[in-house]
Design a protein around this ligand. Structure first.
Ligand code: FE
Length: 213
């Protein structure tokens, strides 16, 4: 997907982006850092470290109803209690999927994203096609991610801002009664917390993970 993000991003200022790029080029040129290693670090934060924080919150909410209540009532505080603290002035809101409502998150203006619980936003999240199409044709976008919802399920799209950032609490998959929080956490993907996918089923985990103890 083309990325028009930089052209119409209103924050932060683009000279910061340029300075970072210039610094990166200089460090690579001087042999102080390796471009592939940098990509690896970004990849790690985008896919591993960041989303694990959110997966921790979701799995804990599935496992502990008191925590779920706190997470829905005051997400910023509930996340902070586990050590996931955002910048001042930004609020987290957790939107819960139910059998009748599916939640989907976008930032139509730029790329606002709950960094403290999801890490770096993926490139597609920042792309112009996602930002516009998710509002006008959410069901088609979901289908492209392999997510088919029943026609009766209402899709609600939440538009993030720099002040309010959304995290989807996916439906707990069937067949997970008695699972520990750590086991549940493996079912929570980054995309399920943006709302473009559902949480994984136990069968999907078994395929990739040789089963759960
Ligand atoms: Fe934004």
């Amino acid at each position: 997907m083309p990325n028009d993000h930089d052209q119409d991003h209103t924050e932060p200022p683009s000279d910061i982006v340029l300075k970072v790029k210039a610094l990166e080029s200089l460090l690579v040129e001087k042999g102080l850092v390796n471009a592939a290693a940098l990509d690896e670090i970004i990849e790690t934060y985008e896919h591993k470290v960041g989303p694990r924080n959110g997966a921790h919150l979701v799995a804990k909410a599935w496992h502990d109803s008191d925590f779920k209540e706190k997470l829905l009532e005051n997400p910023t505080e509930a996340a902070a209690a586990l050590g996931y603290v955002g910048r001042q002035g930004e609020h987290l809101r957790v939107v819960e999927n139910t059998p009748s409502q599916h939640n989907l998150v976008v930032c139509t203006l730029c790329s606002c994203y709950p960094w403290t619980v999801l890490g770096l936003p993926p490139a597609w999240y920042k792309s112009a096609p996602y930002r516009s199409r998710v509002v006008s044709e959410p069901r088609s976008v979901l289908r492209e991610f392999g997510t088919e919802l029943e026609n009766e399920v209402v899709i609600r799209v939440w538009d993030s801002t720099s002040e309010m950032r959304y995290l989807v609490l996916p439906l707990r998959p069937a067949g997970t009664d008695g699972w520990t929080e750590a086991q549940l956490q493996q079912l929570v993907s980054r995309n399920s917390m943006i709302g473009v996918e559902l949480a994984k089923s136990p069968a999907e985990i078994n395929q990739t993970n040789q089963g759960i103890e």
